[in-house]
Each structure stands twice: as structure tokens, then as C-alpha cells.
Write a protein of this length. Structure first.
Length: 591
């Protein structure tokens, strides 16, 4: 009996590998000749050849994901879930032999055909598809996802034999910048960005857009999709299908993150300068002409005063490009002076952006006057509309709401503080840099404009927990982690100290059902303790390095204790419930 065995699980990790080994062993005991194709990152995937398929009497598939099985059309095939093959592999194989039916191509096979051909050709003939690929990575904070996604794309491209150059648009500005020659020679452009980036230079190029998170977690998939799903980017007169795709990508969440990204350096610099003014005493800034007063003027009266206008201006910029900046910043300044805070700034940014974009699309002018449109007509009327709506409609109710929120946060009892800390902490650890994490972080950063520093302390403390917890876990239960995981643990610990939650992503990707709950429990504990202790943080980033700046963190001792407690809870809980590769193999054999 000649058979082909195919296994695949959603994560592509341990289960797929274990089932493949168990079925191969069972086939050997039955004295069957087996070609095993395992879709797993733990072993080299050797696809069965055409000769193997021709010689096979039956194809057996244990999989919980969609696979392209078109190469088996006309062959007897049996398919079931991967779990059903674990209980009694030998009986499962014999049952599969009896129940196999001639396979007929499905719609899913047709859908996957083009991608399957690309995957098979990529390692051996990349040049036939890619003379060169260029890419951009950019995340809202410009610290972790930006550079980790770039590294993942570079590493995967090297494995596939693809020539790639990745430009990172991080917090320090653009690095490894793409030149005009790079773009001209590239056959495909990949934009892995969660914020607005300059797209004009890619006009006329084949382009594929995705998020930094997907490029980091699934770099191979990203490169393959870039081959199969690119479209020719055009700055004007895009087709309706392309416009619809862009509208999904440029949804309001991305516009908000663009504003937050540009606002963050202002908040970090302002917060740290205010903290430096406190070195001379909490009330030293009241002494006119003193250095403390000058520092407070720089950090508080200037940097913090620009937070909301910059947030609003760059939300509008993300929506309407350069014509949106002026009305957006004017609306943000009005939100600040009216007391509408960061909520008013967000509203004014969207109002200014969409009004500027509407004017750009709907107002037509003679050709000889068209140059006045982006510098006169759009800023004038969009600013008027935004300003009047902010003053007469949005400003008063949002200012009342912000006053109520600030009063509540500054005067809430310990029970409410703990509950808020639990919520912020759990959100920061849920997706480690994803949308939920960013929502909690943006909320906490926005409150800095109203001198509410407690939620920011809880957010940063909880954000350090996942990576720290995974690093400690690899030390507590060293024998449960393979060599690669142990090395990843060392890197995760360092990243955690720097407030880079993404250090835990490799662990969450391998074992999400255990890692994420453990991280959320630890993060919720840290957030609750931070709020309970009354910790306050003036700077929204920096991790432990902020600790060395006097008065940047209030209640520093108990704040560090809260972080340590959450990290230890995460580490101990995960070290306890984690199963090593050997344990999982033993359990499967017992079953």
C-alpha cells in the first residue's frame, strides 16, 4: 500500500509535526509505504513529488485549515480534522483507506492555484517574479513593530532568494531610505504601515498594502500575497475597486494612529522637560526667572500646548494630505483653548480632514487658478467650517465631558481606580501592540494634556509585563523551552525593560491560548496596583530608563513593585501551564 500523508494545523507548529510523526509510525507498523508532507515550522516541508502522487493508492489529509488539494484530483482521498488522527493513528489510517473517495477539484482549489504556483517557484526562480522588491514599514509609535517587521521581511526574503530593500519610518525618522533608483528598478512595492505614509513616489508601481503586525507575524505570507494581489498604484483616477480597497485600509483608526504618532515626540519631550523642572522642587517653577520656571515654560507651556493641535493637524493630514494640516491644527488649537481636550482634538482632526478632502474633490477651478486651491481655497474654507463648528457646536459639550472625566479620574476612590487599572492593564496585554493595545495607550496619552498622569503610568507598566514575563518564564522553567525559545526569552526581557510589548509576540504566536491569558492576568494586576498606589508618569515611553529621571515617575518604589509583581505572575503562571515539545509528544502517544 502506497499512501500520501498530509498534516496541517492553524498555527503550523507542534500539533502538525506530532500528528505527522505518529501517522508515519503507524503506517510503518502497517507495512505501508508513506510519503509524509507536514505543514509545520518545526520540520522541513518536503512536498510529495508528482511521481509519489502517481504511485499513491490513497491520499489521507489531517488538517484544520484550507489546503490546495488540486494536485490530487482523480485520486482516492480522505480528509478529517487533525485531532481525530491523534486518538488511534493506526485505526484512523485503516478507516481512511476504506472511506477514501475520488477527489474532485473545489472552488477553494481554484482560488489557491495561483498562490501555490508562486510558492513552489519562489525558492528556485525568484528572479522570474522579483528583480527587486522595496518595502516600507511604519507603526504608530515608530519603535518596535516598525523595525521588527522590517527584520522579518529581510530574513524571509533572504530565505526565499528575493532581493529586498526595506525603508523604516520610525520615531527617529526614515532610515534605509528608498531612492528614486530603488523604486524605479523595483517590480513590487510593499507598504506595511499602520499610519499614513507618502505614496506619491510609488505612482504607477505594482503595490501591496498590509499592516506592520501582519508583516511581522506572517512575513512569508506577506511576500507571497504581494506577488498575487498587487495592483498598479495611481495617485489620481483610481478604479472603484482600488478606491474601495484603499478606503478599507485608510479607515478612521489609521487616521487616529497617524495623529498619535506625530504627537508622541511632543509628549515625550514635554513630559521629560517638565520632570526635569521638578528636580528643583515641585513648586520651584512658580519662581519667575528661575531655571525651573524656564523648563516648565518649555515643557508645559509650549510642548504640551502643542499636543492637541499636532494630534488634530496630523489626523487631518492623514485624511486630506497637506491641505488638511492648517484647518486641523487650527481646530486642535481651538479644542485646547476651549477646554475640549484630546477628545475635541480628535473630533476637530476628523472634521477638518474630511471637509478638506471634500473641498479638494468637489470644488473645481480654472486651470490657471488651480494652484490657489491647496494653499488658499481649501485651508480657508475648511478652517472656517472647522472653527465655527468647534466654537458653536462641539467645543462646549466636549469641554464639559472632559471636565467631568478629569474630575472623576482625579477624585475616584480606590475601587474605581483599581477597576480602571485592571481594564487598561488587560487591554495593553491583549494583542501586544495591536489595535486594543493602541486604543488603551492612546487614551492614556491623551489624558496627559489635562494633567491626568495615573492612567499613563498604568499603561506603561502593564505594557512592560508581557515581554518581561516571557523572559522570566524561560528562566523559571528552562527545560520546557527549546533553545530558540530560550534565546527569544533573553531578547524579550530586554525589550520588556524598554516598554516594548512586542518582545512577547514570538511566544504568543506559538502558544496563544496560554500566553495571552497569562499576560493579561499579569498586566491587569500591574495596572490595578499602579492605580491603587497612586503612581503617576509624565512621559509616555521609555520603560525603566525613565526611572532615572528625577520626578518623571511619582511613587517610583511601589511603581517598580507593581511591574515586578505583574511580570512574576505572568512568568509563574505560564511556566506552570506550558508544555514542552517532549510533553506534548508523550501525551499524544498516550492518547
Amino acid at each position: 500500500m502506497n499512501i500520501i500523508i498530509i498534516t496541517a494545523c492553524p498555527s503550523g507548529l507542534v500539533t502538525s509535526y506530532l500528528v505527522a510523526q505518529l501517522l508515519a509510525h503507524a503506517a510503518q507498523n502497517l507495512e505501508w509505504s508513506a510519503c509524509v508532507e507536514c505543514h509545520s515550522q518545526l520540520t522541513v516541508r518536503d512536498e510529495c513529488s508528482t511521481a509519489d502522487i502517481d504511485a499513491a493508492d490513497v491520499i489521507v489529509v489531517a488538517s484544520d485549515i484550507e489546503l490546495n488539494l488540486s494536485r490530487f484530483v482523480g485520486k482516492p482521498l480522505y480528509r478529517s480534522s487533525i485531532a481525530s488522527a491523534l486518538n488511534d493513528p493506526s485505526a484512523w489510517l485503516q478507516h481512511a483507506q476504506l472511506q477514501a473517495t475520488l477527489y474532485i477539484a473545489t472552488a477553494e482549489d481554484t482560488q489557491h492555484d495561483s498562490q501555490t504556483q508562486l510558492v513552489s517557484l519562489l525558492p528556485t526562480k525568484p528572479s522570474s517574479f522579483f528583480k527587486k522588491v522595496v518595502a516600507i514599514t511604519a507603526c504608530p509609535t515608530g519603535v518596535a513593530h516598525t523595525f521588527m517587521a522590517a527584520q522579518a521581511l529581510n530574513d524571509t526574503a533572504a530565505q526565499l532568494g528575493v532581493n529586498i530593500k526595506v525603508e523604516t519610518q520610525g520615531s527617529v525618522g526614515a532610515q534605509n531610505t528608498l531612492t528614486a533608483e530603488d523604486i524605479a528598478s523595483a517590480e513590487v512595492v510593499i507598504v506595511a504601515a499602520d499610519i499614513d505614509v507618502d505614496m506619491a513616489r510609488f505612482n504607477g508601481k505594482r503595490l501591496y498594502r498590509t499592516s506592520t503586525g501582519l508583516a511581522l507575524k506572517k512575513p512569508r505570507h506577506t511576500l507571497i500575497q504581494a506577488l498575487a494581489e498587487t495592483y498598479v498604484y495611481q495617485t489620481r483616477q483610481q478604479s472603484s475597486a482600488i478606491a474601495a480597497q484603499d478606503e478599507v485600509i485608510t479607515k478612521p483608526y489609521k487616521h487616529l494612529l497617524t495623529g498619535v504618532s506625530f504627537m508622541l515626540p511632543m509628549v515625550v519631550a514635554g513630559g521629560l522637560i517638565i520632570a526635569l523642572s521638578f528636580m528643583f522642587g515641585i513648586n520651584a517653577a512658580d519662581q519667575e526667572g528661575s531655571l525651573a520656571a524656564a523648563l516648565m515654560q518649555i515643557g508645559g507651556a509650549s510642548a504640551f500646548a502643542l499636543m492637541i493641535p499636532v494630534l488634530s493637524g496630523y489626523i487631518a493630514y492623514s485624511i486630506a494630505d497637506r491641505p488638511g494640516i492648517a484647518p486641523g491644527m487650527i481646530g486642535g488649537m481651538l479644542a485646547s483653548t476651549l477646554g475640549a481636550g484630546f477628545l475635541g482634538g480628535i473630533i476637530s482632526g476628523f472634521l477638518a480632514g474630511y471637509s478638506a478632502r471634500w473641498l479638494a474633490q468637489k470644488v473645481s477651478m480654472p486651470t490657471h487658478l488651480s494652484a490657489l486651491k491647496p494653499i488658499l481655497v481649501i485651508p480657508l474654507f475648511a478652517s472656517l467650517l472647522t472653527g465655527l463648528v468647534m466654537i458653536y457646536v462641539v467645543g462646549p459639550p466636549v469641554a464639559w465631558l472632559m471636565d467631568s472625566l478629569t474630575h472623576f479620574l482625579n477624585n475616584m476612590g480606590s475601587t474605581n481606580a483599581v477597576l480602571l487599572g485592571v481594564l487598561i492593564g488587560a487591554m495593553m496585554c491583549f494583542d501586544m501592540g495591536g489595535p486594543v493595545n493602541k486604543a488603551a495607550y492612546a487614551f492614556s496619552v491623551g489624558l496627559l494634556a489635562s494633567q491626568t498622569y495615573g492612567p499613563m503610568a498604568a499603561a506603561m507598566a502593564a505594557g512592560m509585563v508581557p515581554a518581561l514575563g516571557m523572559g522570566i518564564a524561560t528562566l523559571l522553567a528552562r527545560r520546557k523551552f527549546n533553545v530558540g525559545e530560550q534565546e527569544a526569552g533573553k531578547a524579550a526581557f530586554v525589550l520588556g525593560l524598554c516598554f516594548i510589548s512586542e518582545g512577547a509576540i514570538p511566544f504568543a504566536a506559538r502558544d496563544p491560548l496560554r500566553v495571552i491569558p497569562c499576560c493579561m492576568i499579569g498586566g491587569a494586576l500591574t495596572g490595578a496596583l499602579s492605580m491603587l498606589f497612586g503612581a503617576k508618569l509624565l512621559a509616555p515611553h521609555g520603560g525603566v530608563f525613565v526611572f532615572f529621571i528625577p520626578n518623571a515617575v511619582q511613587q517610583l518604589g511601589v511603581y517598580a513593585l507593581a511591574i515586578a509583581a505583574g511580570a512574576l505572575v505572568t512568568a509563574i503562571s505560564y511556566a506552570t501551564i506550558k508544555r514542552s515539545d517532549a510533553q506534548m509528544l508523550g501525551k499524544s502517544r498516550e492518547g
